[in-house]
Design a protein around this ligand. Structure first.
Ligand code: SF4
Length: 156
């Protein structure tokens, strides 16, 4: 088959040969309807704040560029597949020198549990004294992570 035998109509449309075989070539270069996407992140791993670019097809990461160290790649991979955050908030305290105590999750929790976590913390009222590291909520929202106090509130 030489070039005269084949009429190619654009990549992204249809190619026709003299044998009447239709070859479908998806627009955008992907197959199975999955398109390559490019996403940009600013790495929060250190003050350098590298601009990291990720190319992915669906959840499959094809390339990561712009990170100065491997922590940048870890960060964007986590952001794309399992984004998580440390949650900080306030919880009411009765009988203490302050009416509230600052709290935080002892580790990061899935981003989609943050709203529920805040709701749980709004319902809690602690009795003074409260000490740094006291567990305020165990296994918050089934995340496997405790919420702990981050300051001391003495009883009065
Ligand atoms: S990629 Fe590495 S050097 Fe760049 S901001 Fe992240 S942790 Fe810092």
């Amino acid at each position: 088959m030489d070039s005269n035998d084949r009429r190619r109509i654009d990549r992204g449309r249809i190619s026709v040969t003299k044998y009447q075989i239709l070859i479908l070539v998806p627009a955008g270069g992907g197959y199975g309807g999955v398109k390559m996407e490019k996403k940009e992140f600013v790495c929060i791993g250190c003050p350098l704040g590298c601009n990291v670019t990720v190319e992915a097809e669906g959840k499959e990461i094809k390339s990561i560029t712009g990170n100065t160290c491997p922590r940048g790649a870890d960060y964007v991979t986590k952001e794309l597949t399992d984004p998580r955050r440390i949650v900080t908030s306030l919880v009411r305290v009765s009988g203490g020198e302050l009416p509230v105590v600052s709290v935080k999750t002892a580790a990061d929790i899935p981003k989609d549990k943050i709203g529920d976590c805040i709701k749980v913390l709004k319902e809690i009222e602690l009795r003074a004294p409260v000490r740094i590291g006291d567990v305020v909520a165990e296994n918050v929202c089934g995340s496997g992570v405790n919420v702990i106090a981050t300051r001391h509130v003495a009883a009065v």
